[in-house]
Design a protein around this ligand. Structure first.
Ligand code: TA6
Length: 304
C-alpha cells in the first residue's frame, strides 16, 4: 500500500489516539490499536489479528518470532481466519489448506470507538477473479473485531446466491502460554474427538487436555467455554463461542514445528491452538439469503 493509500485510509477510518493504519512487518498493511484497555495489531491481509495484549497482561495471542510476512503467505500465529473450508479442500488438493481467506486482502468497512472505549474494526474480504475461481459463490464475508480487555471476533458469511452453500470455517487462534507442559485445557471433558495424530480415530476426552507431545484433535459436540489454565502465569484464558459445534486443539510439538520452519526453535512450548471451528461433520449449510455467524470472546481471568 502506498503512502497516499495509507493517508486515504487514515483519513477515512483512523480513530485519533486509538487506531491508525500503516506498514507492518514485511510491508503488510496493518491496523494498530491502542486504547485504554489493550493493544492489538491486525493485518489487513486475512483480517489477521496478529497480537492482542490487555494492558498489564502477558500477550494473550502468540505470534511466532520466526513468522514470515509476505503478500499471499499465511502468518504463523495470531488468529488465522480459515474460510470457506477448514483443513484440506474436500475435493481439490491443489487448493490451499484452510481456504484462501487468510492470504488475500480484506478492506476496511468501518471503525469506531464504543462508549466503554473498546475499539471496533470491521473488515470485508475483497473478492477477486482469483478468489471467485476457487469459490464461485456469492458469499461476502466480514470480520468484526472488538478490542478491549476481552477480544471479540465475529466472522459473518452472507449467502447472496439463489442456492444453499456449505462452508467450513474457523478462528484458528494461537494462544500464548508460559510453558505448554504445565497447561491444562478444561471444557472438553466427555467430548468425542477425531485424533489426527492417530489416523483420525474417534476417541473420547477424559478430563482436561494436557500436552506432552504432538496433539491435533477435532473435538465434536463442543459448545462449552474452554479454559486454558496457565499456573506459572497465574491466569486462565476463557474461550467462549457461538455458531460453532467443534473445536480443534493443536500443538505441533518438536518435530512438526521444526518441519514447518516458521515456529522458531522452541516456539511450540509457548503456544497452544484452541480453535473455534465448523469442521469435520460440523460444516454449515447457509440457505439463499441466509447468513452464518461464528463468534468468539477471549478473556483473561486470574487463577486464585
Ligand atoms: O488446526 C490444526 C491444523 O489443521 C494442523 O493439522 C496444522 O496443519 C495446523 O492446522 C496449521 O496449518 P497451517 O496451514 O497454518 O500450517
Amino acid at each position: 500500500m502506498s503512502t497516499s493509500e495509507f493517508d486515504a485510509l487514515n483519513r477515512q477510518h483512523a480513530l485519533p489516539g486509538k487506531l491508525a493504519f500503516g506498514p507492518g512487518p514485511g510491508g503488510l498493511a496493518v491496523a494498530v490499536v491502542n486504547n485504554s484497555h489493550a493493544s492489538a495489531i491486525i493485518a489487513l491481509q486475512g483480517a489477521h489479528v496478529m497480537t492482542w495484549t490487555p494492558h498489564g497482561q502477558q500477550p494473550v495471542i502468540w505470534l511466532s518470532r520466526a513468522a514470515a510476512f509476505a503478500p499471499g503467505k499465511s502468518i504463523r500465529g495470531g488468529v488465522p481466519i480459515c474460510w470457506p473450508w477448514f483443513g484440506p479442500h474436500p475435493s481439490d488438493a491443489k487448493l490451499p489448506g484452510h481456504g484462501f481467506a487468510r492470504t488475500v486482502p480484506w478492506e476496511v468497512v468501518e471503525s469506531r470507538s464504543l462508549r466503554d472505549d473498546r475499539t471496533v474494526l470491521v473488515l470485508r474480504l475483497a473478492e477477486t477473479e482469483a478468489t471467485r475461481k476457487q469459490w464461485p459463490h456469492a458469499t461476502p464475508v466480514e470480520a468484526h473485531i472488538t478490542v478491549g480487555t476481552t477480544l471479540e471476533m465475529e466472522l459473518v458469511t452472507h449467502n447472496n446466491g439463489s442456492a444453499p452453500v456449505t462452508i467450513g470455517d474457523a478462528l484458528h487462534t494461537y494462544f500464548e502460554v508460559s510453558d505448554i507442559r504445565e497447561v491444562k485445557i478444561h471444557g472438553l471433558g466427555g467430548c468425542p474427538y477425531l485424533d489426527k495424530v492417530d489416523g483420525g480415530s474417534r476417541k473420547q476426552q477424559q478430563g482436561p487436555v494436557t500436552i506432552g507431545s504432538e496433539v491435533d484433535r477435532v473435538y465434536l459436540d463442543s459448545t462449552a467455554d474452554c479454559l486454558i489454565e496457565d499456573p506459572r502465569w497465574r491466569r486462565r484464558i476463557r474461550v467462549s463461542k457461538r455458531g460453532s459445534r467443534s473445536s480443534v486443539v493443536w500443538n505441533p510439538w518438536t518435530e512438526k514445528a521444526a518441519k514447518m520452519g516458521d515456529f522458531g526453535t522452541r516456539g511450540y512450548l509457548n503456544m497452544v491452538c484452541v480453535e473455534s471451528t465448523n469442521a469435520a461433520e460440523d460444516v454449515v449449510n447457509i440457505g439463499p439469503g441466509g447468513e452464518h455467524r461464528l463468534w468468539v470472546r477471549y478473556a483473561v481471568e486470574p487463577l486464585s
